[in-house]
Design a protein around this ligand. Structure first.
Ligand code: UD1
Length: 416
């Protein structure tokens, strides 16, 4: 298995191009299931998760061409079953459920099962489809949903769910009548998807607020669309600048999507400057400890919690990091502690006592964002860090070692 080896202590300076958002690209590619004909998507990142969704769509008979832009045509669907083999590697595969039921009248999708960052059930997706008249059965580890035509309904999500909102928004586009989603997720990726669907002829209003209204239509047409920049990748590079006392311009990022992080990083002593290319993040070399609580958007993103904890591990005092979105998202703590970090976990909170310098160590990635936090810690640490299980990072960061090297990091991948 590949390893990433980092000699820490280099200041990161220069410009980095932010790639398209994984979490926007995945639902957008699934939305092609709702129509016949060639859709064209720009700014799809080159990631393992994107290859997984291509494989999954391909297994239904969807034709996919090109690298950038990517063209997707779901005119000839031959199968409506998402097998366990593909779903288990990527939970977001559940995003095919809504579009398949809406277009084909049935879908069979493996349950994603347990996940390293908590139970992560899909009960809210299922309940919403039932509210729209689908018959749903759980059989042999699969969700099987059937509906001749889904019916518009008033749906309220007990918890703000990003893929749940996206799944049902897609399904409701082809339903009979109007669907209203209450307590809908407000993430920019939801808005990007709604814009794409409206470009296909859907009638969606309110995306970006917690009430989304979808008037069903009889058919949708193919579209040409662009994926928004990845706010989590941008945020990770901003924190990298802070950890190394660096000066990094994030080209093409959308600062409006990163307000909660930008404000926290300013509180932590960084300068964040709006520039023509995007955003300039400047670290002062001194990190002030701040408290952080993850929340659905526009709150502080749970996908940036691990990276922020790496920064706080080098803060000048105590920081309390509270995780409210997922129940078990502190697996990076024990690995950060191997690098000298002083962290105590109490339930949903991690108490981080900053130390002046982390030390390089052999560490292991446990999930996508945890691996990003370990890379950040390694960049700032004294000495050498060897990160194993790097396949996690390849799920969500395009060419991370190339981008970091170009900024001056001493980082290399050793292929096994
Ligand atoms: C999406 C993102 C992921 C991010 C997360 C939270 C994608 C592909 N992934 O994941 O990177 O970390 O949002 O911002 O966009 N829940 C239920 N029942 C459900 C659905 C969710 O209880 O049916 C719970 C989850 O366990 C979790 C919370 O709701 O505690 C939020 O999860 P959700 O927003 O659904 O996360 P994902 O959409 O899977």
């Amino acid at each position: 298995m590949d390893k990433i080896i980092i000699e820490g202590g280099r200041r990161l300076c220069g410009e980095v191009q932010i790639s398209g958002a994984k979490n926007a690209a995945l639902p957008i590619m699934c939305s092609a299931l709702l129509t016949e004909g060639w859709n064209t998507y720009h700014n799809i990142p080159d990631l393992v998760d994107i290859r997984t969704i291509k494989k999954l769509l391909g297994s239904f008979g969807v034709a996919i061409e090109g690298e950038g832009p990517i063209r997707v045509n779901a005119a000839n669907l031959t199968r409506c079953e998402a097998s366990y083999d593909l779903v288990k590697t990527m939970r977001a595969s559940i995003l095919v459920l809504g579009p398949l039921v809406a277009r084909m009248g049935m879908a069979r999708v493996s349950l994603p099962g347990g996940c390293a960052i908590g139970a992560r059930p899909v009960n809210l997706h299922i309940k919403a489809l039932q509210d729209m008249g689908a018959e749903v059965e759980l059989k042999e580890g699969y969700v099987e949903a059937r509906a001749k035509r889904l019916k518009g309904a008033n749906i309220y999500f007990d918890l703000s769910t990003v893929t749940g909102t996206e799944n049902i928004m897609m399904a409701a586009c082809l339903a009979e009548g109007t669907t209203v989603l209450g307590n809908a997720a407000k993430e920019p990726e939801v808005v990007n998807l709604a814009d794409v669907l409206n470009g296909m002829g859907a009638k969606i209003s309110g995306a970006g607020t917690d009430v989304i209204t979808i008037k069903g239509v009889d058919r949708l047409s193919p579209v040409e669309a662009t994926v928004i920049p990845d706010r989590i990748e941008a945020g990770t590079f901003m924190i990298a600048a802070g950890m190394t006392g660096g000066d990094v311009i994030l080209k093409g990022c959308n600062p409006q999507h990163l307000e909660a992080l930008i404000n926290k990083l300013k509180d932590a002593g960084m300068d964040m400057l709006f520039v023509e290319e995007g955003l300039r993040a400047v670290g002062s070399g001194k990190i002030r400890s701040v408290d952080v609580k993850t929340l659905p958007y526009p709150g502080f993103a749970t996908d940036l919690q691990a990276q922020m904890m790496a920064l706080m591990a080098m803060g000048n005092g105590l920081s309390v990091i509270t995780e409210t979105v997922f129940e078990n998202r502190f697996m990076h703590v024990s690995e950060l502690m191997r690098m000298g970090a002083d962290i105590v976990v109490q339930g949903h909170r991690a108490i981080v006592k900053g130390i002046p310098k982390l030390r390089g160590a052999p560490v292991m990635a446990t999930d996508l964002r945890a691996s990003a936090s370990l890379i950040l810690a390694a960049l700032a640490a004294e000495g050498r860090t060897e990160l194993s299980r790097v396949y996690h990072i390849d799920r969500g960061y395009q060419g991370i070692e190339k981008k970091l090297s170009a900024l001056g990091a001493d980082i290399q991948r050793v292929r096994a």
